[in-house]
Structures are given as C-alpha cells and as structure tokens.
Design a binder for this molecule. Structure first.
Ligand code: FUB
Length: 345
C-alpha cells in the first residue's frame, strides 16, 4: 500500500529545480552510505521495494529484503550496479526489514553492517564479510552482541580504530532501550516510551569495534548533542534533536556528527573534539526532500566533499520507493557546512 503520489505540476517544478538527479533508476535505492576504497567511490544503500505492507509510523512499509552495492570511478562517471551483495534469506538471525547499511575496510577485508528485525521483532545489527568491496558478503551467524536499533555507521579514525554509530527512534526502537534492556510492553506505538518534551533527547549510540570488527569492544555510549550553552538538546526540540541516520566524518581534525531529525525532515550536524562527543549543534546540512525520510552520508573524493542523500522523486513522491543522489558539500572558512536546498528554493 502506498500514499498518493504528489501533484504532477509540482513534481515537474521540483524536478527541474533539483540540485541533483537520481544516481540509479533501474531499482529504488535509499540511505546511501558512501566510502572511497582504493581510489573509487562505493555506495552501500538500502534497496527499496513495495512489499505490500501498509504505511505506518513504525515504518512497516520499509520491508526491504536485500542489498546491492554500487561503484563510481569518480563523481562524474557512470554508476555500476554490482548486483545482490547480501539477502535476508542468507542471514540466520534476521527475519525482515533490511534497513540502512554501511561498510568499511580493514586489511583488505570489507565489512557490511546492517540492521534487520530478528525473529522476536527486535532490530539488531549484523555484520557480513567479503574480500571485495562489492561483495557478496558472508554474514556472521549471530547479530553483533549487545547491538540494537538501526542505521549503523562504521567510522575509521586516523589512528586506525573503528567505531560503530547507530540508533533511531520510533520504528527504530531506540526508545524501548532506555533502561538497557528491550522494553516489550504495549502499546506497539512509535510514540510510546519516549522522553517528555522537556527531558534530554534520546541519543544515538557509539561503540568502538573490536580489532576483528565483528563485535563491540565496549558497552555502547550515548552520543550527546549539546546546544550553544553546553546543555543537552531536549526531546521537544524536534528541529534539532537526533531521530535516526547517524553519520560521522572528520574535517580539519574535528569530528562532525550528522543525522536526520525525522519528523521535521532535516539533515543536521554537530561538531566535537573526539569520536564520543559531546557534539555541539552546528546547523542544517539539507532541507527537507520529497518523501518522509531523509538520510545521508558525507565523503571526500580527491579533495572535494560530497553529500549522498535520497528523495522520492523517481517514484513521484512515494515515501518508501526512494532514489539515491549526490551533490557537492561546501564548508565556510570557519568549518561550518553551507545549507543545501534540494530543489534550489
Ligand atoms: O530505509 C529505512 C529507514 O528509513 C532507514 O533505516 C531510516 O534511516 C530511514 O531512511
């Protein structure tokens, strides 16, 4: 089941003013995590399908079943689809909903991190390994111990340590982990178990990875985002607080934590001095796109910076049938990122 498409005239205007065009048109793709390995761009997105699930605020309509990996020789070159890299049917612990993945490389091996619901309906994060950046990836038999929620981002720091950032509220279930164990109580509502508006916002999580990159090396910690006065953002601060889609990149020695604000549809960022934060809120990277979700990654290629993101232009506005895009990202002289308007308004 899908929502109605957006009005054709409006779509045409948005499309012609858009700052970028879909990178992939033969299948629907979303949540692009981009990395440069061996001088080439690799994109690890979700593979959107219409599985016939009804639309709800838990994201049941995002019922994806596999991942494709894409590569580009350079930002201007054609995008190559390397086919199915991992299917839910090949992951012993995973039942459904293969949401936003990420990948990284160590010593010539490639690690694909992915969230999926297990057979108890709980989102966990798994890892699958390959000798090639394009897969196929062989999944570990179990999910990462003590992993939960969604949207992994695998960051490699300059000292060779790796960190996994993750988390998402509502359908991503982060609010059910407030006590450290999964709260399975009813109601099955995205709004239950959230903090009050005047309480500190729920945080994304980060854990350093073990040397073999297959498990956490520590108990996941909160990624705290603070305001200009050093106070943690509040749950009611919906245009700035974390919702989902964490990403970490480094620019001029600083750590940039970026994320989606979910129901206010922004990609925002905050800056810190180390991988754990705290991170000070710094602004909006991307204004709302066509479609409910927004999700991105940031990556450097040949000294230029790029934002990878998605919208639902290709499906004429259907939220769970999205298409990945990329555009240049610019910093000002103080290291702040210039806000992008996806349709040039
Ligand atoms: O693709 C499914 C979910 O939608 C992702 O995990 C979220 O970040 C949102 O983009």
């Amino acid at each position: 089941m899908s929502e109605p498409k957006i009005d054709a005239a409006k779509l045409a205007t948005l499309n012609s003013n858009a700052i970028s065009q879909p990178l992939v048109k033969h299948i629907y793709t979303a949540d692009p995590s981009a990395h440069v390995f061996n001088g080439k761009i690799y994109i690890y997105p979700s593979h959107d399908i219409d599985a016939g699930e009804a639309f709800d605020d838990l994201g049941s309509h995002f019922d994806m079943q596999d991942y494709h990996v894409f590569s580009m020789e350079s930002p201007e070159s054609e995008v190559v689809d390397h086919g199915v890299a991992l299917s839910v049917a090949d992951v012993p612990w995973a039942q459904k909903q293969m949401w936003a993945p990420d990948a990284n490389e160590k010593d010539g091996k490639y690690y694909l991190y992915f969230p999926a619901k297990d057979y108890e309906g709980i989102f966990r994060i798994g890892v699958a390994v390959s000798d090639s950046p394009t897969g196929p990836f062989k999944p570990q038999p179990e999910a990462i111990k003590n992993s939960f929620s969604i949207d992994p981002c695998a960051f490699k720091d300059d000292d060779g340590s790796y960190y996994l950032y993750f988390g998402g509220i509502w359908g991503g279930q982060l609010q059910r982990w407030r006590t450290g164990t999964f709260n399975a109580e009813q109601p099955e509502s995205p709004y239950a178990f959230l903090p009050e508006d005047n309480e500190p916002a729920l945080c994304a999580k980060v854990a350093r990875l073990r040397d073999d990159l297959l498990e956490f090396d520590e108990v996941p910690r909160d990624v705290v985002i603070v305001d200009e006065n050093g106070k943690p953002l509040l749950q009611g601060d919906t245009s700035r607080r974390f919702f989902e889609a964490p990403w970490l990149h480094k620019y001029n020695g600083k750590y940039y934590f970026s994320y989606s604000t979910g129901d206010t549809h922004l990609i925002c960022y905050a800056i810190g001095d180390n991988p754990y934060g705290p991170f000070t809120y710094a602004g909006v990277i991307l204004n709302p796109v066509v479609g409910w979700t927004t999700h991105h990654s940031i990556c450097e290629f040949n000294g230029e910076w790029y934002l990878f993101y998605h919208d639902s232009i290709l499906s004429e506005g259907i939220t769970h049938l999205r298409n990945i895009k990329m555009t240049k990202l610019e910093y000002d002289e103080n290291g702040f990122i210039k806000t992008l308007n996806p349709y040039g308004e």
